[in-house]
Design a protein around this ligand. Structure first.
Ligand code: GDP
Length: 139
């Protein structure tokens, strides 16, 4: 069993898509282990996306991610890191495969509804960015 971090971004929350996104996970054998709604500060968002600090879209991305509440979730399942990335679709919704979350709901390369960790190490780091040991439901 593997775990990953998913985030429903501010556009997904404000457009009332929390249920639709969760449904995609639950109908694809992915278990939701932990979930909450938080509103990041600018400093939080800059820390979370530190890897993109040099990118031209860094300011815009961090401002977008602080523009409203988000829903981080820990997902669990077999091969869930890759499985979640497949369900999300390509970063640019115009290039995302049919039936993916981003293809169906995204409106913009930046406002693309969901985040998903891309590897084992980043999944562990991103999970502990949002959740403490009592929230991980490990008992
Ligand atoms: P992801 O792993 O598919 O989310 O993609 P990346 O890690 O490459 O980028 C992180 C996030 O930055 C994306 O999900 C988008 O919200 C945003 N982003 C990526 N590329 C661009 C871009 O070219 N322009 C803008 N404005 N935002 C981007």
């Amino acid at each position: 069993m593997e775990r990953t971090l998913s985030i429903i971004k501010p556009d997904g929350v404000s457009r009332g898509l929390i249920g639709d996104v969760i449904k995609r996970f639950e109908t694809n054998d992915i278990k939701i282990i932990a979930l909450k709604m938080v509103h990041l500060t600018q400093a939080d968002a800059e820390k979370f996306y530190a890897v993109h600090k040099q990118r031209p879209f860094f300011t815009s991305l961090t401002e977008f991610m602080t523009s409203g509440p988000i829903v981080p979730m820990i997902l669990e399942g077999e091969n869930v890191i890759e499985k979640n990335r497949t369900l999300m679709g390509a970063t640019n919704f115009k290039e995302a495969a049919e039936g993916t979350i981003r293809r169906d709901f995204a409106t913009d390369i930046e406002k693309n509804i969901v985040h998903g960790s891309d590897a084992t190490e980043t999944a562990a780091e991103e999970i502990s960015f949002f959740f403490n040991q009592f929230e991980m439901n490990e008992r």
